[in-house]
Design a protein around this ligand. Structure first.
Ligand SMILES: CCCCCC/C=C/CC(=O)SCCNC(=O)CCNC(=O)[C@H](O)C(C)(C)COP(=O)(O)OP(=O)(O)OC[C@H]1O[C@@H](n2cnc3c(N)ncnc32)[C@H](O)[C@@H]1OP(=O)(O)O
Length: 723
């Protein structure tokens, strides 16, 4: 049994024991169930303590079991039994009580916790609802409003807040089991039915239908396209509408429906993908197990623009002092204003108190003197994308900084070696690519160069976690993984415009799929000048002219629309005109007939016949071109597993988690179909390099291998005999 049963001072102590997080697998559930029945039967036992081993209570149901059909008692059987017990049962919580873990605690008559504990019902984040009575019992403990909030967001609640909400009865210090025993013995003379949550009514104020409608509207707009939050609201409302038993039965039905839904399967995949990518390895052999990160106690950021300011903010709000360097006082002052405004916003959102924000700000040391960086542990360069400038900065940093300092570049496209070779410490140079807005977006694409050491990689992977990002390690190539895959995706979007579509049609198709924002809206946000400059730089490097009126550029299909919009003074949202027009800086995109005319004129002048392009074709062309690129990336060893690509898209480009990421999506469609379509488009559009089929995709399309093994095939770790 995966729950230890011992007796101390006439109290039965049931300790959950399932490493690493005491997940409630079927054996654990059986262990708890047997334990409470044994304690109830034994006349020498006066009370029960339920707690967990290894410093944590329980992280919920064993998510891996949801795909199989493991049996064991249903979790609410435990609750039903405790509800009828005369002997008091206390949950003694340390670490986490999450999901089914909190539900077990809510079955108990009492809950005590250490101050450091976090509780929550995070099921919604894996496309589920709390299926062990959580939607019915939590509202009885804390009221409808709090329960709706906790269950629909999945956010963790710190112990003291949970105590104020009525979820925890007492905060304790010291040994949790000793405290549990002391606490529960003091309750032996109290009638358990008086404290049993089943017997309580659900508190709320106002009209239930109004509460339900408001909660539905909120989750539908906040979690667009996701089913689980809607079902969570329904079930929590049932707690106030239905008798306890009916509420529980309905909850169980909802749980089973969600458990088998494609959305939950994709989100469970994403949960484990996020953990798999922490097991990084370098081609040279260094890996997450062997490499030790260096401490980062002080940091520096060069460039106080929107990106650099946001990066500095990530550092100081995570407790890492940061020296922010700009070339002159005017730019520095502007950067500081950006940091201050973002900090204020964080306070307004309730994420930091005014005091905390003030304290953070004192950790920022603005300067115009790069020499001030000499003693910091790590520097992140975030100046604009100019190789010459970056090399100059790295050469200077190499001279100024102590020998241990790690030098990071926030380049979004340049090869790491092309910057690292400006220094005599190539093993300490690494890419740390943040995504705009850098304070908000969770992805941190860490890029190793040929000579980057495992220690340096370990340091930036750890730093990523410390500053609350999701760090993914990738190899170096133009655009790295994220932007390299984005290129065919947005090129296909532009080709669709030339062939007959419009920015708003393309964007609507993407948003209907589940993307929070369309391709052309993103382009307007980043600024059309960025796209234009990238193309101009590519032309300059190749020693050719950039021509907006040519259908070919560097031997490839070309769409000159960006150049035409740029020349028409359309810079994007920042000047109110891009692919759309905007009435204000915070305004919504409005279809602009001028852009439609410009596109039509572009087609006329180049003799391109426009046609109706269906939404399926738009989606397929954008996604399959990008997926094909993903397979090439795996094939080239720039990623070691397909999961890395999915996490990059989820956290860098807000790919809907309930669709698992583009590689997972491909696995659901079937690689055979994807490969056939890629071949078809390659034939149809022979001048687009991105349609040349990936040989890995070709290989995998012939066999049926789980996504978790695609990287192994690419790297030759798994040999496929059939081929
Ligand atoms: C048929 C079943 C009937 C049950 C009916 C009741 C239904 C209840 C629904 C649920 O309870 S669903 C689960 C709800 N709980 C969660 O979503 C919590 C998930 N875990 C986390 O958020 C985090 O892991 C943590 C607990 C906050 C700890 O974070 P930390 O960063 O410290 O460690 P990780 O790297 O995330 O995790 C360590 C290790 O543990 C694995 N793991 C964590 N939680 C679970 C879990 N609930 N089930 C299975 N495995 C879990 C995680 O995958 C890591 O292992 P890996 O090998 O590195 O992947």
């Amino acid at each position: 049994m995966m729950a230890d049963y011992t007796v101390r001072d006439q109290v039965a102590v049931i300790e959950l024991d399932n490493p690493p997080v005491n997940a409630l697998g079927s054996a654990v559930r059986a262990g708890i169930y047997d334990g409470i029945r044994k304690a109830d039967r034994d006349p020498n036992i006066k009370a029960v303590v339920i707690c967990g081993k290894r410093g944590t209570f329980c992280a919920g149901a064993d998510i891996r079991e949801f795909d199989g059909g493991k049996n064991g008692p249903w979790i609410t059987d435990i609750g039903d039994f405790i509800d009828n017990m005369k002997k008091p049962v206390v949950a003694a919580i340390e670490g986490f009580a999450l999901g089914g873990g909190l539900e077990v605690a809510l079955f108990c008559h009492y809950r005590i916790a250490l101050k450091t504990v976090r509780v929550g019902q995070p099921e919604v984040q894996i496309g589920l609802l709390p299926g062990g009575g959580g939607t019915i019992r939590l509202p009885r403990a804390t009221g409808l409003k709090n329960a709706l909030d906790i269950i629909t967001t999945g956010n963790h609640v710190p112990a003291e807040k949970a105590a104020k909400m009525g979820i925890i009865d007492q905060i304790v210090t010291g040994d949790i089991i000793e405290e549990g025993i002391k606490f529960v013995k003091s309750k032996c003379n109290i009638d358990t039915s008086l404290v049993c949550l089943r017997m309580k009514t659900v508190k709320y104020s106002g009209d239930l239908d109004d509460i339900s409608e408001a909660a539905m509207t909120k989750v539908k707009s906040k979690f667009k396209g996701a089913i689980a939050p809607i079902v969570c609201v329904k079930s929590v409302i049932n707690s106030a509408k239905m008798p306890y038993e009916k509420g529980i039965d309905t909850e169980k039905e909802h749980f089973q429906d969600l458990r088998h839904s494609s959305q939950s399967k994709a989100m469970r995949y994403a949960f484990f993908a996020e953990r798999a990518i922490t097991r990084w390895q370098l081609p040279s052999g260094g890996n997450y197990k062997t490499a030790k990160p260096l401490p980062v106690k002080t940091s520096g950021v060069i460039g106080a623009g929107t990106m650099g300011g946001g990066i500095a903010l990530c550092l100081i709000t995570s407790g890492i002092p940061c020296i922010l360097v700009e070339q002159n006082q005017q730019f520095l002052d502007k950067g500081l204003e950006i940091v201050k405004a973002q900090l204020m916003r964080t306070v307004q959102l309730g994420k930091l108190s005014t005091e905390q924000a003030k304290k953070c700000f004192t950790m920022l040391k603005p300067t115009t003197n790069i020499e001030d960086l000499k003693n910091v542990d790590l520097v992140i360069e975030a100046v604009y994308e100019d190789l010459k400038l970056k090399r100059e900065i790295f050469e200077k940093l190499d001279r100024i900084c102590k020998s241990e300092t790690i030098l990071c570049t926030n380049t979004s496209s340049l090869h790491i070696d092309s910057i690292a070779t400006a220094t005599k410490r190539q093993s300490k140079v690494v890419g740390t690519h943040f995504f705009a807005p850098s304070y908000i977006m969770k992805l941190l694409e860490n890029i190793y160069g040929t000579k980057t050491s495992a220690e340096t990689v370990a340091t930036v992977m750890k730093l990523g976690k410390t500053i609350k990002k999701v760090p993914v390690l990738v190899g170096s190539c133009t655009g790295f993984v994220a932007n390299r895959m984005l290129k065919p995706y947005s090129e296909e979007a532009q080709y669709c415009l030339e062939e007959g579509s419009t920015p708003s049609i393309v964007d609507t198709v993407l948003m209907d799929f589940g993307m929070p924002i369309g391709n052309f809206q993103v382009s307007d946000l980043s600024g059309l000048d960025i796209g234009f400059r990238i193309k101009r730089e590519a032309a300059r490097k190749a020693g050719v002219e950039l021509s907006k009126n040519s259908r070919f550029f560097l031997g490839q299909r070309n769409c000159g629309l960006i150049e035409k919009l740029y020349e028409a003074g359309r810079m994007g949202k920042k000047n109110g005109k891009g692919w759309y027009k905007y009435e204000s800086l915070n305004g919504k995109p409005i279809v602009d007939p001028e852009v439609t005319m410009l596109i039509e004129e572009h087609c006329r002048s180049l003799g391109i016949e426009r046609r109706n392009i269906g939404s399926q074709e738009i989606l397929e062309r954008m996604q399959y071109a990008m997926i094909n690129e993903g397979f090439k990336i795996l094939e080239e060893g720039l990623c070691t597993m397909a999961e890395e690509i999915d996490v990059i898209w989820i956290y860098g480009f807000s790919w809907p988690k309930y669709m698992g990421g583009p590689m997972y999506y491909a696995s659901q469609i079937g690689l055979k179909k994807i490969y056939e379509k890629v071949c078809y488009y390659h034939k149809t559009f022979p001048y687009s390099m991105h349609w040349v089929p990936s040989s890995l995709l070709a290989k995998l399309s012939q066999i049926d291998l789980p996504l978790s093994e695609w990287g192994d095939v690419a790297q030759g770790r798994k040999l496929v005999n059939k081929l």
